[in-house]
Design a binder for this molecule. Sequence first.
Ligand code: F6R
Length: 260
Amino acid sequence: MEIIVQPDSQAASRIASRIISRLIREKTRPVLGLATGNTPLQVYKELVRMHREEGLSFAGVTTFNLDEYVGLSPDHPSSFHAFMARNLFHHIDVPRESIHIPDGQAKDIPGFCRRYEEDIRSSGGIDLQVLGIGTDGHIGFNEPSSSLASRTRIKTLTAQTRRDNASSFDGEEHVPYHCITMGVGTILDSRMCLLLAFGKKKARAVAAACEGPVTAMVPASALQMHPRAVVIVDGEASSGLERADYYQWVYAHKPDWQKY
Ligand code: F6R
C-alpha cells in the first residue's frame, strides 16, 4: 500500500487527477472504476477542467460505477446515476454506451449482478478503481462483515451509512436500505486501486484500513492485499495513522521517475 499524505483535499485531488489523466492519455481503451459521494467531487471537477482546457478526451474510456441504491430510478436526483451525470458525464465526451452503473430498478437483481461482472470482464477488466471510504470502513457499499471475496450483489446498508448519506436525501427516512455494489473481490481484481479520504471523520476508518489487521469488519483493509493500492489522504484523515511521518518522508523522497 502506498500512503500519500497531503496538506488538504485540493492537493490530494490534484494528484489523483494526474494519475487518472495519465492512464487515459497513455492507454488506448482504458477502463475506469468510479465512485460517488463527496470525496471524488474535486477530482471530477479537475478532470472536467482538463477535458475543457487541456484536450483530455474520454472518447475511448469505459466506466463502471461501484454502486447504486435499490429502488431509485436513474433520474431520481439522489441516485448515483444522476450524481454521475451532474458531476462528470454531462461535461465530458465519454460515449453513453461506455458508461455502466448498477441498475437500481433491476427486476432480476442476481441476474443483473452476474451480467455486471461479465461486462467488467469482457471490457478487459478495470484498470483503475477510484474509491472513497465510509466512516465504518466500507468500500463500495461493502459494509462491515462483507466477504473479502464478494462479487457484485445486493447489500443492506448499515444505520451509520444511512445516517452519513442522509444529506443527499430529504431526511434519513428516505435513504434506501438496499444497494447493488461491486464486491470486495470485484474491487481487488482492478489493476490499480486509488482510495481517497478527507476530513477528521474518516481518520479512524483510514487508520484501521491501512494499519489495522485485514478483516471483513473493515472491508477497506482488504486493499492491504492488493499489489497496487494507493491511498491519498488529507492531514485530518491521516491523523489516526501511527506512521504518518514515515509515509510523508517516503513520498517526499520518491525518485522523479516514480512521481505522479
Ligand atoms: C460511493 C461509495 C462509497 C463512498 C463512501 C464515502 O460510490 O461507494 O463507498 O465512497 O461512502 O462517501 P463520501 O465520499 O460521501 O464520504
